[in-house]
Write a protein that binds this ligand. Sequence first.
Ligand code: ATP
Length: 357
Amino acid sequence: GKGIAVFTSGGDSQGMNAAVRAVVRMGMYLGCKVFFIKEGYQGMVDGCENIVEATWASVSSIIHKGGTLIGSARCAEFREQAGRLKAARNLVEKGITNLVVIGGDGSLTGANLFKQEWPELLQILLKQGKISQEQADKCKYLYIAGLVGSIDNDFCGTDMTIGTDSALHRIIEAIDAIVSTAYSHQRTFIMEVMGRHCGYLAVVTALCGEADYVFIPESPPPEDWPDKLCHNAGQRLNIIIIAEGAIDRNGQPITSEKVKQVVVDRLKQDTRITVLGHVQRGGNASAFDRLLACRMGAEAVMALMEATPETEACVISLDGNQAVRLPLMECVKRTQAVAKAMADREFELAVKLRGSR
Ligand code: ATP
């Protein structure tokens, strides 16, 4: 059977463990040897001791858990060729040429680069005498399938990233808890949610939590937003949601503090700020995320099994209710184009590029 390695990289999200479990079990079911690479690219660079064979039982009772039990990291070395050479050598040493990477756009970009560079890396390692010709021949092709693990839902090509649904649950639980006290005490609560340059979490939770106002980066409010926010004196605002990356039309951050000042000055309301922070990434994975991760993980293994030397690196995406394989590079490029459009404050272009998926 083939050797497959699975690792998690970048920020963690709920459902990553469920995805790892699915990869291990589907791989084993199909007769492969499956390995964990601990601590993402850092583990791959550091040495073979971080690459350990998985067993059926090693992924028991992890489907629900948040975080990632095999560890994740940010790895500066992997951004340089010297680091990727070390990583390649360790994989060749273990005879592994099939990778399932679970991470955000950075992790997937790194994986794509690694695949493109693979023949060159093998040549260099051969020249340096660090691997044998036989090893190079055996490991001639690198195959990659990516899964998007992120609570932000900011990746182009998939309807939902693994972790988003669980984060929505966390945020809505918090809103529901706060609303009852907001009503009783005539207080305004400003809640800041994650998402970086993507307002998905903010918009969905604002809708589901009956928020009075929401600020997101993709659609900066009109200049007179303080008037719009407090349009009649004596009005009761209960919940205002702010995406952490919210900005005004000049690109200046709209912070919770700024919004609070407006409400206090104009409506004289007792106003509190809640920054949910890492609570959003914590806790158990929702049913949706568990199922998504199971389906994506199984599909990733299938993609690797069916890959030929001509097959591009793929990302497993949710399209409607189907798991599909899309070219990794195209999705990464489109995701980066969205980030650039956001930075250039071309919001309509950003939303268009992001599309329905
Ligand atoms: P998150 O959504 O949580 O930010 P991410 O996968 O985008 O997740 P990054 O920190 O951007 O997180 O990337 C994780 C790791 O992937 C980096 O630490 C680095 O090792 C590798 N990586 C990212 N970008 C590149 C790149 N352009 N070239 C090589 N490796 C990269």
